[in-house]
Design a protein around this ligand. Structure first.
Ligand code: NAD
Ligand code: TDX
Length: 355
């Protein structure tokens, strides 16, 4: 079964955890990490597996159909786990075209390369799998009424990012319905953990607290997100890739909702504690700034289907996960400094001008 696995976006945050898990868990697989290495791709995320005999990195843009087809042929790809994407909502507001290009056209190119290659084989789609990683943001936003996104919730994306992800989800399902490709889609809530690019709330704030920089809270900090430790997401991806039903959708989430401002207070407290600073000494860094345009109020995922059908549950309590995460960033300041010094500082200064 599925031996040559193509993981796209494996040099990014979630992708690097998926690559690490599969390389160590399945020594008989060939894990091909295909990544363009955009600003968000970082091979330093994979230092511990780069010399493994069952791991291979290829630098390819998912919009390059010819290159993709070569990769499918050369490595005789049996299964795809597709994570490559532009992933940051704020960037999508400034530059929606890049999001349409990578997330929509890139996904379409990947689907078409898989189709051309798999349909050329005698067994065609037998034992093949195209697994697309998506987000809860495609469902739109919820009120403070306790409702949750289920697999039946209608798509209602609001940001250019979520609109591009919604479009890619539709293309994946269309390739199943039209050509019979064995596809699966999962929609996951906000991830946190090691190796996340410090444009996202949690690593950005950990780093800013460390350097005594202000913490830009969008709007009133009342928006709610549902947080999942990234290694739990990677475990879910492994399980669903192997045991999920073709043509199905699974929601993945932690039943772990936090108002931004409450989460930020926990981050401040944890960083100060681990740095040995007096409690409350970084509270003054909180700075309320102009709200994100089209800022979705609340996301919350119902992952009951995944629990009932495949037995998956998050393994970590949030307090434990946050402490582990803060500790990782503080212990890996070199990783953070390299990322920030690699051009991100300039971008961040530009972003700050909007607030
Ligand atoms: P990330 O931004 O950290 O990593 C994205 C990776 O994709 C990078 O390595 C980048 O180099 C690569 N990439 C971008 N454009 C490419 C292209 N044209 N060709 C090849 N590679 C390209 O993203 P992430 O947070 O790890 O998210 C991974 C996936 O999971 C995305 O599809 C995202 O929509 C989805 N997702 C993320 C979250 C989250 O909380 N981070 C939650 C749910 C779903
Ligand atoms: O500086 C900030 N201040 C702030 O108040 C940043 C960066 C964010 N926020 C708020 C916006 C959100 O309500 O914090 C919340 C989390 O923001 P992000 O970390 O940017 O994540 P979000 O926009 O929720 O999207 C993330 O989760 C779903 C990922 O970036 C997506 O790729 C994923 O699909």
């Amino acid at each position: 079964m599925k031996k040559n696995i193509l993981i796209t976006g494996g040099a990014g945050f979630i992708g690097s955890h998926v690559v690490r898990l599969l390389v160590s868990k399945y020594p008989n697989y060939q894990v091909i990490n295909l990544d363009k290495l955009t600003y968000a791709g970082n091979l330093a995320n994979l230092k511990d597996v780069e010399n493994a005999s069952n791991y291979k990195f290829v630098k390819v843009d998912i919009c390059d159909f010819d290159e993709l087809l070569n990769v499918f042929k050369q490595y005789e790809i049996d299964g795809v786990i597709h994570l490559a994407a532009e992933s940051h909502v704020d960037r999508s507001i400034k530059d929606p075209f890049t999001f349409a290009r990578t997330n929509v056209l890139g996904t379409l190119s990947l689907l078409q390369a898989a189709k051309v290659y798999w349909e050329s084989l005698p067994e065609k789609y037998a034992e093949k799998r195209f697994y697309h990683i998506s987000t809860d943001e495609v469902y739109g936003t919820l009120d403070f009424d306790g409702t949750l996104f289920t697999e039946q919730t209608k798509y209602d994306p609001h940001s250019p990012y979520s609109a591009s992800k919604a479009s890619s989800d539709h293309f994946v399902r269309a390739y199943h319905d039209t050509y019979g490709m064995p596809t699966i889609v999962t929609n996951c809530s906000n991830n946190y953990g090691p190796y996340q690019f410090p444009e996202k709330l949690i690593p950005l704030f950990i780093n800013n607290i460390r350097y005594g920089k202000s913490l830009p809270v969008y709007g009133k900090g009342e928006n709610v997100r549902d947080w999942l430790f990234v290694e739990d997401h990677a475990r879910a991806i492994d399980l669903i890739f192997h045991q999920g039903k073709v043509a199905e959708t699974y929601n993945i989430g932690g039943f772990n909702e936090w108002k931004n401002i409450d989460l930020i207070k926990i981050i401040i407290k944890t960083v100060d504690k681990l740095l040995g600073h007096p409690e409350g000494c970084s509270d003054h860094l909180i700075t309320y700034v102009t709200d994100r345009a089209g800022h979705d109020l609340r996301y919350a995922i119902d992952s009951t289907k995944l629990k009932n059908e495949l037995g998956w549950e998050p393994s970590l309590q949030f307090e434990e996960g946050i402490e582990k995460t803060v500790r990782w960033y503080l212990d890996n300041q070199d990783w953070m400094d390299n990322v920030v010094n690699g051009g991100y500082e300039k971008y961040y200064e530009e972003m700050c001008k909007n607030w």
